[in-house]
Every structure is written in C-alpha cells, then in structure tokens.
Design a binder for this molecule. Structure first.
Ligand code: GDP
Length: 366
C-alpha cells in the first residue's frame, strides 16, 4: 500500500495532523518526543465519485482506496549523527513513498519551539532538510569508493552508478536536496532509484497555520511557498489544530458549517490526500458491481493490462480486453443498460491508457 511519512521538528503539529488524518490516536502533547514510536495509521482516500456510483449500482459495500500514514517523530538537529533517536527515525522514512514535511507557521507562546527561539519556518525546514541530506551523503560516501573500484575494473553498471553518486554528492554538498538532480538516461534513472535516498522522495510541504490564517495563509507560510516554488515542490496550508476539531465533529452538516465559516470548501485532510496523489502521479479507476463499488490505485499512464494486474495478477496474464465506461456517462445515463444502448461502452485493447475515474470491467482468460 501507498505509504506517506510525516516529518518535521518537534512541536510543529505532526501528531495533531496525524490525529485528524487517521482514526488512530497519537498523543499530542506540548513537549518534544511525545510520540516516540512511529505511529502508523490507515486513512481512506476521499472520493465522492464512489458514493455517487453507489447510488446507481446499490452495491453491498463501498471500498475506497487507502493510504498508510506514519508519524515520524524525533527528528531534531543532529539526528543524522544519532541525536534524539534520529537514526532510527531516518530509517522509517526510507520505507515511505512520499514525505509530508510539516512546518510550524503559527505563533503560540505556550508551545515550545526547539531551541527556544522565535518562530522561523525557513530555518525549521532547513534543519530537517540538512539532516536528511547528511544521511544521504553518508549513504553516498559508503557506496562511492566501492563503486569506483568496480568501475575502474571496467564494470559498466558501476560506471553508471558512479556518475549518479557523484552528481548527487555535488548538489547535497551545496545543501540542496537530491531530487533537484534529473538524469537523462534510463540506466541512470534506475541506478538513482536503487539508492533509495531520502531527499529524492517526493515531498509535500505542509504549512501549519492558526485558524485565522486557515484560508489565506500568513507571512510564515508565504516564505515556505516561495521556497517550495523555487524547488519545484508542492506546498499547502493547513490549520492542523482546527482540522482536528473539525474531524472530531460527528455529522457531515456540522463539519460543512465549520468549513464554511473558515471560508474553506474542502477539509485540509481531503486536500492533503489529493495533493499526495497528485505528487505521486497516482490515479484511480473504479470497479462497480452488485457486490461492491471499489476504488483501485494505479500510476498515471498505465495501460489496461497493468491496471488489471492491480486487481489480480491473473487478470493481467490472461487479459483479453477491457470494457470502459466514463464516470460522467455513468452518472448521465444512470444504468449500464442505458450506457450500452447509447453506445457509450468502450471496448478497449491492451494499449488503452486508463484514465482517472474510468469504470473498468476486465475480460480475461483463466
Ligand atoms: P509534534 O511534536 O510535531 O507532533 O506536535 P504536536 O502535534 O504534538 O503539537 C504540539 C503542540 O502544538 C500541541 O499542544 C498542539 O495542540 C499545538 N498545536 C498544533 N498545531 C497548532 C496550531 O496550528 N496552532 C496552535 N496555536 N497550536 C498548535
């Protein structure tokens, strides 16, 4: 399953965000290291198309896509050298597909900032970035001399790896993230991937602001948005504490009213998950049957057989064709029979590139 790791300095609002993201309960308390064990939560990916389809199909159940969220606490200055249980936490990041980097953009004298200085989101971000970069440099140093020896003996793969390692080393030593390097050749891209560096993982910067800045952001969040834009990374504004309050409300109407008051159309949690999907180039196709209406996650650009393989490897191996209904058509015509009659059921072969929201029915040999 897709896994996102929440990182950030202590007391920036990681557990608060985690709490409103997942049903699991992490302890949010006003001191560093309160969440020592990485907290794992599973969240469902909000998708109103599933509900709309279910109204038509009347299935036994709705099964949304899921995403794992890990609250990775304990990253402090010096983490890469083992400070504050840092090394262990850095290991947890390695297992994640994407990083959600929470940055404190709120003022509150009651919430201690590491080091005790005034709120400074740019510095906070740099502290975390630096620790991840140092860890990556360590990984690279460990590989480089080994690979150089093998390359010197004429090994082609090692030569490619050395090129990649050196390119990464150069930018990391300048205090930049490894993701700022792009490789042209497939071989180099593969070698880069095989390194599993921390700063090549896609990142989403989350500016945690106070309720009054929930819609517009503030001076702090603007600083981060500017840097993110320069890096070509995504940033978003969330009022984690407020979102936690919203998440605790029972009824949909109450939640909606609260959001309206803040001038928001969608909860931060929904926005965050949608951003994460976008960041990772993920899309959703749907299967709709009497038993269930279900969302399946695939990578943008995947063809029909590969998507069939998400459901079952046999579906991919024995793939014959796919019957595709566009979501809008399903809603417009209101039944599969009407869709067929209108000639809106697409019969697609193995080269069909599946689109987000496609309702798929795979035909295959067993
Ligand atoms: P973590 O150490 O990064 O996991 O931080 P926590 O989520 O435990 O938050 C630390 C403290 O800051 C808690 O007391 C939270 O209630 C508080 N907090 C989190 N977000 C906000 C916010 O947006 N505004 C204010 N004023 N306090 C917040």
């Amino acid at each position: 399953a897709l896994k996102c790791g929440i990182v950030g300095l202590p007391n920036v609002g990681k557990s608060t965000l985690f709490n409103c993201l997942s049903s699991a309960k992490a302890q949010a308390a006003n001191f560093p290291f309160c969440t020592i064990e990485p907290n794992l939560g599973v969240i469902t990916v909000p998708d109103e198309r599933l509900t709309k389809l279910a109204e038509i199909v009347q299935p036994g159940r709705i099964v949304p896509a899921t995403c794992e969220i890990v609250d990775i606490a304990g990253l402090v200055k010096g983490a890469s050298k083992g400070e504050g249980l840092g090394n262990k936490f850095l290991g947890n990041i390695r297992e994640c597909d994407a990083i959600i980097h929470v940055i404190r953009c709120f003022e509150d004298d009651n919430v201690v900032r590491e080091g005790g200085m005034a709120v400074n989101p740019v510095e906070d971000k740099e502290i975390i970035d630096t620790e991840l970069q140092l860890k990556d440099l360590e990984t690279i140093e460990a590989q480089l001399s080994k690979q150089q020896k093998v390359a010197a003996a004429g090994n082609k793969d090692a030569k490619i790896m050395v090129t990649v390692l050196e390119a990464y080393k150069e930018v990391l030593e300048q205090g930049k993230n490894a993701r700022s390097v792009e490789f042209d050749s497939k071989e180099e891209q593969q070698a880069a991937h095989d390194l599993f560096l921390l700063t090549t993982k896609p990142v989403l910067y989350v500016c945690n602001v106070d309720e009054s800045s929930a819609k517009t952001g503030n001076e702090y969040s603007k600083q981060i948005e500017k840097i993110a834009a320069e890096e070509g990374a995504e940033a978003m504004i969330i009022a984690a504490k407020t979102e936690e309050d919203i998440a605790s409300l029972d009824s949909y109407e109450d939640k909606k009213m609260f959001l309206d008051e803040l001038g928001l159309e969608e909860s931060g949690v929904n926005r965050l998950i949608n951003k994460a999907y976008h960041l990772l180039n993920l899309q959703t196709f749907i299967t709709a049957g009497e038993m269930e209406v279900k969302a399946w996650t695939f990578h943008k650009g995947w063809k029909a057989p590969q998507c069939a393989g998400v459901i079952h490897t046999d579906f991919e191996k024995g793939f014959i064709r796919a019957e595709v209904i566009k979501y809008d058509d399903y809603i417009k015509y209101g039944s599969e029979a009407a869709i067929r009659e209108a000639g809106k059921l697409g019969i697609e072969g193995k080269d069909y590139v599946v689109q987000d929201g496609d309702i798929m029915h795979f035909r295959f040999n067993v």
